[in-house]
Design a protein around this ligand. Structure first.
Ligand SMILES: *[C@@H]1O[C@H](CO)[C@@H](O)[C@H](O)[C@H]1NC(C)=O
Length: 898
């Protein structure tokens, strides 16, 4: 008993220690930040008017002069209508004083060209009304405000509360308030040479109750009001930071920023994107009949995109026209990744790799953290621990596996280190305010930071990844970019001074949130360059994981949610975190399975794998000071459960890869909140306890210990099937019994899922395997689905070297036809693979059963059978065995009742 009590005490201590390890006072609050507090506490006041007679309407563009009455200062307002479903609202100083604008390479090139003419509906002395497509826009002159509606439904009001503010450049005055020109915090003085230049933006979503987005933070999916009890009395912050031991329920901003927000109500989804890379705060206040928000950025310009497509998929695909879609990943990178800080040496690598095979658990990639290097000099090896890195990688590759090494942006200041000496000589480092190379403290000690905001520095950086430059690398080696917020241990808030200087004399204040994406880009370009040397015809798609991110990161590579903890609450919050990333255009993301800090027990580990197989990026990782936790170290029962889970991931890969194809072509998310799939059901708008993986799978994670039953909501308007038993389950809230063996997962009727069921050691070993189709019928007996296949690694798919089939079940006929998508070149690849099983769920009862007529040739009876090969104990499905249907060609199978 005594022992039990002290044990309990220890556990409690451990947790509370963790909970307080987030050093809140190391980070600024709004009240401690001059630009935030002076704008957040601004009084309502009609300070900005449209100058009468200044309006010019030129087809798709309206310009007007804004007058800041308090200062008699003019600004230029430009409103443009674009045919890809959005309106752009720009405000800058008049005349132009060269305020910072996010460079065009952060976005997709050419997005601004397609415009849609405005039609002038009416004009009075106080307002002008314009329309473009289904969008209507009313610009009021005094005070300036803009009301946007879509299909007659109010969508957004800009400055309806008069909180808009635009601090123009000004000469220093004697009586300027404190904080205008200099600010000191925790011993760091920010010299602020340009003085105040913040912008406050007031956006109201009329008739809405829910807003989503503005990652990254560990908080709810539907954003809470920021005028509540602590910690929700603080605005949401967008400022990429290395937040040590972050909390699981907090508005504080983490490693990445996407200034995108979606608002959803019955009948309408609208999105906004403020293209601005400076520190930003966002207040959300929910009223009875609207959500009011105030956005405050430290510098830059107002460059606001309003997405008016009407539905969440339309908003996301419009956003993708501007910020880009997800790069199609290599197939191997959708398998399971095994990481640890650190796999110590080559022997360790061999043992871990062998452990997967001897326990028959598939995996694809083994990762090496910072200790593999020679003294944290990235792109080098510790030659005593890793004497033969090439042979090590080739050995992994002989079993179809890859390796990933970590490469961080801080460069050890050591003239004997070639990266440092070359970069120093070429002037490739970020400068301090005095113009000399910035010197900050990070893993290797004294370090300088590559100025990746310069295209020339990125080009040089990319060249470091070719096989002749990166000694000990092979074409099986991919990269992980950590610490790219950037993290500076001795800097303000563990990052760089805001008055540091970048390429083009840009202050770090202006582009802080871009440092991560630019570093990520440079690295990915490096792997692309290497790939084009190894395979000049087809190239090699890069795989680079990043921690920091911004709008556009989806075009570069995946991110993960950073240093989480081995706690149930962190398992739980991973779901809203990943859903939010999917809703802001960055679906290729994951949370570390098991939790980075601390030691998970067998149950937490099991539940984390059971959820983790649905993470778009699926990696296990652990801190240096944790106990070893490879999947087989928790006893044979747990090993078996984790094996089943990970094999389940590999079974789902054809479905997941096909979802990634759609993410690549149209910007659609992989994981989706229920409301995304059921947008008219208000009860679902805040649900984050369960989610959809693509359109076809509903997942209910178990996020607490000792659970034997859970409440599951299966949305009405669909037919549902238990994914283990195939049994039809009524659409409503229900209590579901659970064991440790699995979490509740359901197939949604109306979908056809392509699977690969044979257990294999890696994705490479699955390549020739036949497919299973699961046909889950809806109430009308219909279903559709598709399968996308390519070489899984190169860019040949962009030349049409891919196969994309559509499957349709209707009137008891299942058929396969070529998938056609407007604007996408059609696929020319054929593969010899066949479909070896078709599983039907929800066929109407037939006394004597069914047979399948394949082509005109032969009839095969459908047999009652297991839904999956992996769960042979259940018999709720009707299975067509060995139909031998070719994947590459058209066919039809008719199901006939006997
Ligand atoms: C899809 O992914 C590829 C490869 O990463 C990328 O080059 C391309 O721009 C992406 N988008 C589209 C629409 O193909």
């Amino acid at each position: 008993m005594r022992a039990a009590i002290s044990c309990l005490l220890l556990v409690t201590l451990g947790i509370s220690q963790l909970a307080t390890a987030f050093k809140e006072n190391e980070f600024k609050k709004c009240a401690q930040t001059s630009f935030c507090s002076r704008n957040r506490n601004m009084q309502q006041g009609a300070n900005f008017d449209i100058v009468p007679g200044s309006i010019v309407l030129n087809t798709a563009t309206l310009t007007a002069t804004l007058l800041n009455k308090g200062f008699d200062k003019h600004l230029q307002l430009t409103v443009t209508s674009h045919s890809d479903g959005f309106i752009r609202v720009l405000v800058d100083e008049l005349p132009d004083v060269g305020r910072y604008q996010v460079p065009s390479d952060v976005l997709v090139s050419g997005w601004e060209t397609k415009k849609l003419a405005f039609k002038e509906e009416s004009r009075t002395s106080s307002a002008i009304t314009l329309s473009g497509g289904e969008t209507k826009l009313v610009l009021n002159f005094q005070p300036f405000s803009l009301a946007i509606s879509v299909k007659g439904v109010p969508a957004l009001q800009i400055n309806s509360r008069n909180l808009f503010n635009f601090e123009h450049r000004r000469p220093k005055q004697e009586n300027d308030p404190a904080g205008f020109w200099e600010e000191t915090w925790m011993g760091h003085t920010d010299s602020k040479p340009k003085g105040p230049e913040a912008i406050s933006l007031d956006l109201v979503f009329p008739g809405f109750q829910h807003v989503y987005g503005i990652p990254e933070r560990a908080t709810s999916l539907s954003l809470r009001s920021t005028n509540g009890a602590a910690p929700y009395g603080e605005p949401y912050r967008l400022y990429n930071l290395d937040v040590f031991e972050y909390l699981d329920d907090h508005p504080f901003g983490l490693y990445g920023s996407i200034p995108v927000m979606l608002a959803h109500k019955k009948g309408l989804t609208v999105g906004v994107f403020w293209l601005n890379a400076a520190e930003m705060f966002v207040d959300v206040v929910k009223g009875r009949s609207e959500v009011g928000t105030q956005w405050i950025a430290e510098s830059g310009i107002l460059d606001l995109f309003v997405f008016t497509g009407g539905s969440a998929p339309a908003v996301l695909s419009s956003y993708a026209r501007v910020a880009g879609t997800t790069a199609l990943p290599q197939l191997f990178s959708l398998g399971y990744h095994q990481c640890r800080w650190n796999y110590k040496d080559e022997e360790d690598v061999k043992e871990v790799d062998g452990g997967f095979d001897s326990h028959e658990i598939p995996y694809d990639v083994l990762w090496l953290d910072i200790e593999h290097t020679n003294g944290k000099r990235y792109l080098t090896w510790d030659s005593s621990l890793f004497p033969s890195p090439v042979a090590m990688q080739e050995d992994l590759a002989s079993r179809g596996r890859q390796m990933v090494t970590i490469v961080d942006p801080h460069v050890k200041r050591d003239s004997g280190y070639y990266i440092f000496s070359e970069a120093e000589k070429a002037g490739h480092f970020v400068k301090n305010k005095h113009g000399s190379d910035f010197d900050g403290w990070c893993w290797p000690g004294s370090s300088s930071y590559l100025d990746v905001t310069s295209p020339a520095v990125r080009e040089w950086w990319a060249q470091q990844f070719t096989l002749d430059k990166y000694q000990g690398s092979t074409k099986h080696l991919y990269i992980w970019n950590d610490m790219n917020e950037p993290s500076v241990f001795n800097g303000p808030e563990i990052t760089m001074q805001k008055d540091n200087l970048h390429y083009g004399n840009v202050e770090h204040r202006d582009n802080h949130n871009l440092y991560g994406i630019y570093y990520h880009m440079g690295t990915a370009e490096g792997l692309k360059l290497r790939g084009s040397q190894v395979d000049p015809e087809n190239g090699d798609r890069p795989f680079v994981l990043s921690r920091a991110f911004f709008s556009g990161t989806q075009r570069v590579g995946p991110i993960w949610t950073g240093d989480n903890a081995a706690q149930w609450s962190h398992l739980k919050v991973s779901v809203p975190m990943l859903l939010t990333l999917g809703l802001t255009g960055l679906p290729y993301s994951g949370a570390d399975v098991g939790g980075f800090f601390g030691n998970p027990d067998a149950e937490l580990m099991t539940r984390w794998y059971q959820l983790g197989i649905y993470y778009p990026f699926f990696r296990g990782h652990a801190h240096l000071e944790t106990q070893r936790r490879e999947p087989w170290l928790f006893g044979p029962e747990t090993t078996a459960r984790i094996r089943t889970a990970i094999r389940g991931r590999y079974t789902l890969l054809p479905y997941i890869y096909t979802l990634f194809r759609f993410a690549n072509t149209s910007g659609l998310p992989i994981l989706r909140p229920l409301w995304y799939e059921f947008p008219e059901n208000e009860d679902l708008f805040a649900v984050e306890e369960e989610f959809m993986a693509g359109p076809a799978i509903l997942v209910k994670p178990i996020v607490a210990p000792g659970v034997s039953s859970v409440d599951v909501t299966l949305p009405v308007g669909a037919r549902w099937y238990d994914a283990l038993s195939g049994a039809a389950v009524p659409a409503r809230s229900r209590s579901q019994r659970v064991t440790l063996d699995s979490i509740p997962v359901y197939y949604r009727g109306g979908n056809i899922l392509p699977l690969r069921e044979r257990p294999r050691r890696s994705t490479a070993a699955q390549l020739a395997d036949p497919y299973t189709l699961v046909v889950a019928l809806d109430d009308k007996g219909e279903a559709t689905g598709s399968l996308y296949v390519d070489d899984g690694r190169s860019f040949a798919f962009q030349r049409g070297q891919y196969l994309h089939r559509d499957f349709t079940m209707k009137s008891l006929k299942l058929s396969s036809s070529k998938h056609v998508e407007p604007g996408v070149p059609s696929g020319a690849l054929t593969v010899p693979t066949t479909i070896e099983r078709v599983v039907f769920l929800g066929l109407p009862a037939s006394k004597r059963g069914y047979k399948a007529l394949i082509g005109a040739k032969h009839a095969v009876p459908l047999e009652p059978g297991p839904l999956t090969m992996l769960a042979p104990q259940y018999e709720n499905a009707l299975v067509l065995r060995k139909p031998g249907l070719p994947v590459s060609h058209d066919w039809e199978v008719e199901i006939v009742a006997l």
